[in-house]
Design a protein around this ligand. Structure first.
Ligand code: FES
Length: 156
């Protein structure tokens, strides 16, 4: 049985049809699956492997290489904080402590109500904006205690 609705299957077909080689649409397909299921499950991988006509290990390789995709469900709002060197020097550890305190969860956890998940991540490619914050795949720039408070208000 498919882990996707007929409408979702049409969306996946659209990503595969968009490129000269269907497999080129895998990244977008995985992004879409992550958004729908808040993770990429084993069943999703099986389906995508058959859909794209590749071994499941190929899907797993991509799904585990990029931090955008997770194997465990994330919260409705996924908050990522860079722990790379530049961001560490800019204070990412204290911002992580601030986020953990305000959210009531630790790095790698999801809140009991499923609203938020918090993850520290490797370099987000925004080293000049440290400590870089990524919220639902959108770069939010340098985190401060004030910006974190504002952000969490907005995400209610
Ligand atoms: S080290 Fe944080 S964005 Fe590069």
């Amino acid at each position: 049985m498919s882990p996707f609705t007929p409408e979702q299957e049409k969306v996946l077909q659209g990503w595969a049809a968009r490129y000269p080689a269907p497999l080129m649409g895998l990244g977008e397909a995985l992004r879409q699956v992550q958004e729908w299921h808040r993770c990429v499950t084993d069943e999703d991988e099986d389906y995508l492997a058959e859909f794209f006509g590749v071994p499941r290990s190929r899907i797993r390789e991509v799904a585990t290489f990029f931090p955008s995709y997770t194997q465990k469900p994330t919260g409705r709002h996924r908050i990522g904080l860079c722990r790379g060197l530049s961001c560490s020097l800019a204070g990412s550890q204290s911002m992580c402590a601030c986020l953990e305190k305000k959210l009531g969860i630790k790095d790698g956890e999801t809140s009991a109500d499923g609203r938020f998940s918090l993850e520290t991540m490797e370099c987000l490619g925004a080293c000049d904006q440290g400590p870089a914050l990524l919220v639902n795949d959108e770069l939010k720039g340098a985190a401060t205690e004030e910006s974190i408070s504002r952000l969490l208000e907005e995400l209610k």
